[in-house]
Design a protein around this ligand. Structure first.
Ligand SMILES: Cc1ncc(C[n+]2csc(CCOP(=O)(O)OP(=O)(O)O)c2C)c(N)n1
Length: 619
């Protein structure tokens, strides 16, 4: 097995097949990054997984999971203005949380430099939307580099770090789900460790660092000037790819779409020329103009919005360039990933003489659909099963982001509205206004409580909203891979002060708090009934450790076989409570109507035993 920790610290050059999220860590090390921060979110958490392979005492930089993306950005900013090269990484929608600080960064003088690694999610594999963060980068005057593969992630990061430090400006490295998770053989350079210099270099003379009235215009001017410095730099010019096939037609593209274009054109007899731009904001317009001027027709292929298309068309118009430029032609061109299938579909539609439609039609997934579901033994399942018994069909149920979002699934149907991390309490408060007949119940995970949930709870107390909050405390940030959070008693590297959820709630002034283990279903049903009847904000802490995390830890400790449940067919009355209402995937109904368990799935937690009306489930 590869020891990634040793590999990432190697002083000599080496080659290895790695995913993008691992390649980037070596780039951080070689660039001399001193401070790295994050809040977990797909597709980037494996960057932290790679960091964790390096022993804490040998790690050349400091790393923390901060409480949310905004705080993570602020910690990285503080380190940068203290003279240390820093990096923050998070998922697409994390930028919305960080935005208040992020939008300001381009205006500041980041003396140490700062790379912002954004994991965008075309295809919305694990996000509530496909937001194209190039728009937000533009709003914040922040340059964006977009690599297509792990090898490019590695080189682009190093260039981003260098340019950021040189220009005192943040640089975004925009990754997507597929660049993060793709595997490729990457040739890594050697690395000479720096002296670990801890001299704080913050000097207000490098400012202004107080963006008020008189400072705002000069700061904005400087941001715009620095943007053009970065966009005209030779370092970035060297990252562009130009493929000259001697064609009057050309394609301008970026990121992983480039790989799809290459794939589709493999069997095309008349290959157009291709320009892959490394910098997607701002564009290197001299390079673009030259490409347009040397072609009769140029097609712009980019995932999600017509972002570079608009900039290129404006440039061509202003410069009076005669080349015909086409980009997005339909709504569907703005939606989903630009996989080879999708690029073939577009090119065969727009350039039928060059690309033929696939003879077999679009390749459809051959694997059976696998909808998301809670794990066997999940405490959230037990909670939803019990809570459903306490609520009326007409009660309004507001969900939040996390594994417990899956409570929206049948048979529970316990989530009817969902928005963004920490939003449930605020939304519930709004639903409780001018509402004299329907109770409002909302759910919140423990990591999300610290991330963005607390403010909504304080608001509910402050403004006397009549809602019930069910805090689903499973002792981890489960959905993104079991990261620690402030109530777990550990940070990324060490034991730390625990910040208990209950004490926080008491400190905020919540008067009605009930706490129940979700495996005690009867007690939880009673607690929720009592909480819903209470006037004002009531909180039920529905707690049970994440069983996936727990069983993994158990397996590490011992290989002893886990006990499992079985169904006594002689006493089973075939009411199918375990399948139809508890819905643990372990149970299945045979063709003869009997119920058995899937031994590959059952973890022996026994939370199902109490659901059987005739006690037919036994260890
Ligand atoms: C702004 C934002 N940041 C990060 C994420 C990624 N994310 C999705 S679920 C989740 C964890 C939620 O943890 P918790 O609230 O404890 O619920 P659990 O999954 O443990 O039930 C995170 C970090 C996101 N969706 N949005």
């Amino acid at each position: 097995m590869i020891n990634y920790g040793e590999l990432l610290l190697k002083k000599e050059p080496f080659s290895e097949i790695v995913i993008g999220n691992t390649a980037i860590v070596r780039a951080m090390i070689e660039s001399g990054v001193r401070v790295v921060t994050s809040y977990p979110g797909s597709p980037t958490p494996e960057i932290a997984t790679a960091i964790a392979t390096i022993p804490h005492d040998r790690r050349p930089f400091y790393f923390e999971f901060s409480t949310n993306e905004k705080v993570a950005t602020e910690v990285a900013y503080g380190a940068s203005v203290n003279g240390h090269l820093s990096c923050v990484f998070f998922k697409s929608v994390g930028l919305n949380v960080a935005a208040d600080t992020f939008v300001q960064l381009g205006h500041m003088n980041l003396t140490g430099g700062m790379v912002i690694v954004l994991g965008d999610d075309p295809g919305a594999h694990s996000s509530q939307n496909e937001q194209d963060n190039r728009h937000i980068a533009r709003l914040a005057y922040t340059p964006v580099l977009e690599p297509a593969s792990p090898a490019e992630i590695y080189t682009y990061f190093k260039t981003a770090a260098k340019l950021s430090r040189k220009n005192g400006m943040p640089v975004i490295l925009r990754l997507t789900t597929h660049t993060c998770h793709q595997k490729e053989l990457v040739n890594f350079d050697g690395w000479t460790p720096d002296e670990q210099d801890s001299t704080p270099r913050f000097d207000r003379k490098n400012g202004p660092y107080i963006p008020i009235t008189s400072a705002v215009f000069p700061m904005k001017r400087r941001a715009i000037y620095r943007l053009s410095e970065i966009s005209s730099s030779n370092e970035i010019r060297e990252l562009n790819t130009l493929i000259n096939n001697g064609s009057p037609k050309g394609i301008i593209t970026a990121g992983t779409t480039f790989l799809s274009v290459m794939d589709v054109l493999k069997d095309s007899p008349q290959k157009p020329d291709i320009l892959k731009t490394a910098l997607v904001y701002p564009l290197q317009m001299d390079v673009i103009r030259q490409f347009l001027n040397s072609h009769d027709e140029v097609k712009i292929l980019e995932e999600l919005d017509d972002f570079i298309e608009q900039a290129i068309k404006k440039e061509a118009f202003d410069a009076g360039i005669k080349c015909r430029i086409t980009g997005k032609m339909s709504v569907e061109d703005h939606i989903g990933e630009f996989t080879p299938d999708k690029v073939r579909e577009i090119l065969s539609r727009d350039w039928p003489g060059i690309v033929k439609p696939s003879a077999d039609g679009p390749v459809t997934a051959k694997t059976p659909a696998r909808p998301p579901q809670m794990c066997p033994g999940c405490g959230h399942r037990s909670a939803f099963y019990a809570i459903k018994k306490a609520l009326k069909e007409t009660d309004i149920k507001v969900g939040d982001i996390g594994c417990h979002t899956l409570g929206f699934l049948p048979p529970y149907n316990m989530v009817e509205l969902l928005m963004s991390m920490g939003a449930s309490t605020g939304i519930a408060s709004g639903l409780a206004l001018f509402n004299n007949s329907r109770k409002v119940v909302c759910f919140l995970g423990d990591s999300t409580f610290f991330h963005a949930g607390a403010a909504g709870i304080v608001n509910a107390i402050f403004n006397r909203h009549d809602i019930t909050l069910i805090l689903m405390e499973n002792g981890t940030t489960a959905m993104t891979g079991h990261q620690e959070h402030p109530a777990t008693g550990r940070n990324f590297d060490e034991i730390t002060e625990r910040i208990p959820v209950r004490q926080m709630l008491e400190g905020m002034g919540v008067k009605k708090i009930l706490e129940v283990d979700t495996y005690n279903q009867k007690k939880l049903t009673e607690a929720v009934t009592e909480a819903v009847a209470y006037e004002g904000l009531s909180v039920v802490i529905a707690k049970h450790p994440c069983m996936l995390k727990f069983t993994k830890a158990q397996k590490r400790k011992s290989d002893a076989p886990v006990r499992q449940v079985s169904v006594d067919t002689s006493s089973c009355d075939r009411s199918y409570e375990c399948i139809n209402r508890f819905a643990c995937p372990t149970f299945y109904r045979n063709s003869d109507g009997t119920v058995t368990i899937n031994k590959d799935l059952c973890i022996g937690d026994g939370s199902c035993i109490q659901t059987c009306p005739v006690n037919a489930i036994k260890y």
